[in-house]
Design a protein around this ligand. Structure first.
Ligand SMILES: NC(=O)CC(=O)C(=O)O
Length: 306
């Protein structure tokens, strides 16, 4: 794996606030937050973010009994802005294409509930758009959030959701990016495979809660970053006092050394980080674990991705 060929870039994570049960309200909030993040660089084009990330399930309440109602059809990778009618793609996808095009950015559109019309299954799905509004990647949350910490946090996504069956990376002019959604970060194989395929960063739209957030949010990001010598980012919704699910917030970005570059509180905000490819490659040169693996001692599933 060793060094990575990529260009340094600026990442922005939008910790959306004031989300409620109105999908169109939530879309307007996301639109405004993105144009505000971009317009604040109108006199400083060079430092404008190249890649913007939204949180997990931002157009719907994060609740198992809402996912079907808010679900949308997601069209195929490669579909372009203005090509499809409203029966072929949902209003959130259409809006995200416009957010990417109007602001000339790459957009990781957090996640939204997706309905597969053929199978009637619902997925927790992240879509990615290039600056023309073309859909370039789709990631369906692989590991469903089914946990029970009695008296503190119980959630069972599998009551209404189906888990995805594949891993996702996508190429940009500044490098390859790996995607996961929230609970996916607890499964280290995903980040390891993405890193070994040449990703410069793993990005997770996410919504930990006030029980699991303090326990593991930062630890998991730092672990995935240090193990794989990549950047790791998680983008959460802001906490909403009236929501049934209390999101942790704390959107953050960690560098390949495991340093937290930036971390939000639980309020609505946008945070920025420079993804420095030289630092990544220096880390790998100084601590060459990426070329010291001993697959003769532990032949594992990731070996075929060498
Ligand atoms: N919400 C999730 O998918 C995951 C989470 O909150 C946790 O792992 O903790």
């Amino acid at each position: 794996m060793a060094s990575i060929k990529a260009k340094s870039f600026k990442l922005a994570l939008i910790q959306l606030g004031s989300l409620n049960s109105s999908k169109s309200n939530n879309i307007q909030i996301a639109k405004k937050a993105i144009s505000k993040a971009i317009s604040s660089f109108s006199k400083d084009e060079e430092n404008k973010p190249n890649l913007i990330v939204l949180p997990e399930i931002w157009n719907s309440p994060y609740a198992v009994n809402s996912f079907r109602e808010y679900s949308e059809k997601i069209p195929k990778i490669g579909s372009k802005i203005g090509q499809l009618n409203e029966n072929e793609e949902g209003e959130t996808v259409k809006a995200m294409r416009e957010m990417a095009r109007d602001n000339k950015i790459w957009l990781i559109g957090g996640s939204i509930p997706q309905k597969d019309e053929k199978t009637d299954e619902i997925f927790n799905t992240c879509t990615v758009y290039d600056p023309e509004g073309t859909l370039v990647a789709i990631h369906q949350k692989v590991h469903l959030f089914d946990i029970d910490i009695p008296g503190r946090q119980t959630f069972k996504e599998s009551d209404t959701l189906t888990g995805g069956k594949s891993l996702t990376t996508f190429d940009t002019p500044f490098g390859k990016i790996g995607l996961g959604i929230c609970y996916d970060i607890r499964f280290p194989e995903m980040a390891t495979i993405a890193a070994r395929q040449g990703c410069v960063a793993m990005i997770y739209p996410a919504a930990f809660n006030t029980t699991t957030g303090p326990m593991h949010w930062t630890l998991l990001q730092r672990a995935r970053a240090v193990d794989n010598q990549i950047y790791v980012a998680m983008c959460s919704p802001a906490r909403h006092p009236e929501a049934s699910y209390q999101a942790y917030g704390h959107s953050s970005v960690v560098n390949p050394l495991g340093d937290i570059l930036v971390e939000a509180s639980h309020e609505p905000t946008t945070i920025y980080a420079d993804i420095d490819v030289d630092l990544l490659n220096t880390t790998r040169r100084n601590l060459p674990v990426t070329i010291q693996r001993r697959f003769d001692v532990y032949p594992d599933v990731a070996e075929k991705f060498l």
